[in-house]
Design a protein around this ligand. Structure first.
Ligand SMILES: N=c1c2ncn([C@@H]3O[C@H](COP(=O)(O)OP(=O)(O)OP(=O)(O)O)[C@@H](O)[C@H]3O)c2ncn1[C@@H]1O[C@H](COP(=O)(O)O)[C@@H](O)[C@H]1O
Length: 110
């Protein structure tokens, strides 16, 4: 399970030059960055609406939020791939921030 991002990234990179008729990812790359960003925005909105439903809902609503978050992560990975940025850079940034209080980091910026 833990290597799914590595495996998915390899597929996404391979699909950049695939036939848009036979691959959803290839069709996104073919349509260009604006289409990919439109999908990221759409999935972000769907995820936040699902989060509101999950706050008061049951297992079905919680599962729907997991599915919408997966859609958002997936389309974000396509965005990064389109711009030649590996998900590893994001993981490294999170690792760099690990243990650093968000409040301390904000104070250091001011
Ligand atoms: N993880 C995903 C994944 N998650 C979501 N989606 C697709 O994302 C699309 C967007 O969802 P929407 O509900 O917005 O669908 P839609 O209304 O058809 O989209 P639009 O017409 O508005 O663009 C759906 O078609 C989903 O099937 C994904 N498509 C592919 N993957 C992975 O990417 C790999 C490569 O996929 P292909 O490029 O299609 O071979 C797959 O093997 C999977 O591992």
């Amino acid at each position: 399970m833990s290597d799914i991002l590595e495996r998915l990234e390899a597929v996404l990179d391979e699909r950049r030059h695939a036939d848009p008729q036979s691959s959803y990812v290839a069709s996104l790359h073919h349509k260009g960055l604006n289409k990919i960003l439109e999908k990221v925005g759409e999935e972000a909105t769907e995820a936040l609406l699902a989060a509101k439903d999950a706050e008061t809902g049951g297992e079905a609503e919680r599962h729907a939020l997991v599915a919408e978050t997966a859609d958002l992560w997936f389309h974000s990975l396509v965005m990064l791939s389109h711009l030649d940025i590996s998900h590893r850079a994001v993981l490294e940034e999170l690792a760099r921030r690990f243990g650093m209080s968000g409040l301390d980091e904000k104070a250091a910026r001011q």
